[in-house]
Design a binder for this molecule. Structure first.
Ligand code: FAD
Length: 365
């Protein structure tokens, strides 16, 4: 008899299993996929770690979380500095003095600020009623039209005027020549890929892949005293209150006999006539020197229940449904719900690790 059956070998399930094992508990980790690691899983393609479920860059401000992941892998000093292509021109991201120079030729913060402030003024003082108005009120029309509008419309499959304003809460603007996408104190890619961290977390723990909890729920549940469930909460309750909706992604991977295709790990494509949102060139995450390269074109797609669920759609209807499922989950004495699918919430990796550590602390203290 196991102490815990852990459904889902993503970061949440793996951190929980690791901490429970340290406390002397016996765990079985299952996953319906044919591998462990959940969405941080890397597939080795001829020596290049391909981020199979989308580009993952680790970043955190929390020293304890940074030390935690560094137990399992050393990190390189990769800094995420994406670029964006719009109407044939290339721009640095996030919006900073380099971007403003590329847009307007401005060389000082004061020159750039003057343009941005005058464009924000053009929008006036009305309350933004949709994403387009929100962006215009925060950054003005040039940055919006060149680098936000069409990219966002591709991401969500909707016109910016039909998207709610709250999707953009703030737009980080930097009046320095700094292309580092994140502001966090710690950032990097685990040397050898994320699988190293997952393998370290799961060392010595029983694992079964290709096992879908719902195909054998009763038997699997009878194998352990408690369940840690990291799958979809609506599926756990047999969609009693309906499906929780997501936005999905499709990835097209290609191996090329080129040493360096785009010179950067992440290149965004703003224009609506380009069907994908970005191209990832994976070797650059690890400063690879191979003679070949592997690229992934990322397409944003309408989600249907048979597709992978990536980004929760946080509107009132879905939040209401989630709250109803959450109410049910609070009445389960033997099931712990955690992770992005069970909590219907977008989490970065450092946040999911913090959340799993918090849940284990509650369970074992
Ligand atoms: P998952 O990794 O999704 O794990 C859940 C696991 O449960 C899956 O393996 C699934 O197969 C399994 N499962 C589900 N149902 C069942 C079932 N019925 N039976 C058995 N197994 C089941 N974070 C960052 O910090 N930096 C980034 O750059 C970054 N980039 C991202 C890019 C994309 C495109 C996406 C979608 C996310 C990104 N993230 C990033 C977030 C990161 O992926 C998550 O924080 C993390 O993977 C969440 O871990 P999890 O364990 O909650 O979920």
């Amino acid at each position: 008899m196991y102490d815990y059956l852990i459904v889902g070998a993503g970061l949440f399930g793996c951190v929980f299993a690791h901490e429970a094992t340290k406390k002397g508990k016996k765990c079985l980790v299952i996953d319906k996929r044919d591998h462990v690691g959940g969405n941080v899983y890397c597939e080795n393609v001829d020596g290049i770690n391909v981020h199979k479920y989308g580009a993952h860059i680790f970043h955190t401000n929390d020293k304890a979380i940074w030390d935690y992941v560094n137990q399992f892998a050393a990190f390189n000093n990769y800094v995420n500095s994406p670029v964006s292509i719009s109407k044939g021109k290339l721009y640095n991201l996030p919006f900073n003095m380099n971007t403003f120079y590329q847009l307007w030729g401005t060389k000082t913060p004061e020159e750039a600020k003057t343009i941005i402030e005058s464009q924000i003024k053009e929008f006036g003082s009305k309350n933004p009623e949709n994403l387009e108005e929100q962006a215009l009120s925060l950054i003005g029309k040039d940055v919006y039209e060149t680098l936000i509008k069409e990219y966002t419309e591709k991401q969500w499959g909707k016109k910016a005027t039909e998207l709610p304003a709250f999707i953009i809460k703030r737009l980080p603007v930097r009046y320095t020549f700094n292309n580092n996408y994140f502001n966090d104190a710690y950032q990097g890619i685990p040397i050898g890929g994320y699988n190293k961290i997952i393998d370290g977390l799961l060392k010595g723990i029983d694992i079964k892949t290709n096992v879908d909890f719902f195909k054998d729920k009763d038997e699997l549940s009878s194998m352990a005293k408690k369940i840690v469930f990291t799958g979809k909460i609506d599926e756990f309750y047999n969609y009693k209150y309906g499906n929780l909706e997501y936005r999905s992604l499709r990835f097209e991977n290609t191996k090329l006999n080129t040493e360096n295709l785009q010179g950067n790990a992440v290149v965004n494509y703003n224009d609506s006539k380009v069907p994908y949102t970005r191209i990832i060139e994976h070797k650059h995450f690890e400063f690879g020197k191979q003679k070949h390269t592997v690229i992934t074109k990322e397409f944003s797609e309408q989600w249907t229940p048979e597709k992978e669920a990536y980004y929760p759609i946080n509107n009132d209807e879905n939040q209401k449904k989630y709250q109803a499922y959450k109410e049910l989950s609070l009445q389960e004495p033997h099931v712990i719900f955690g992770g992005r699918l069970a909590e219907y919430k977008y989490y970065d990796m450092h946040q999911i690790i913090a959340s799993a550590l918090q849940k284990t602390k509650k369970e074992f203290n």
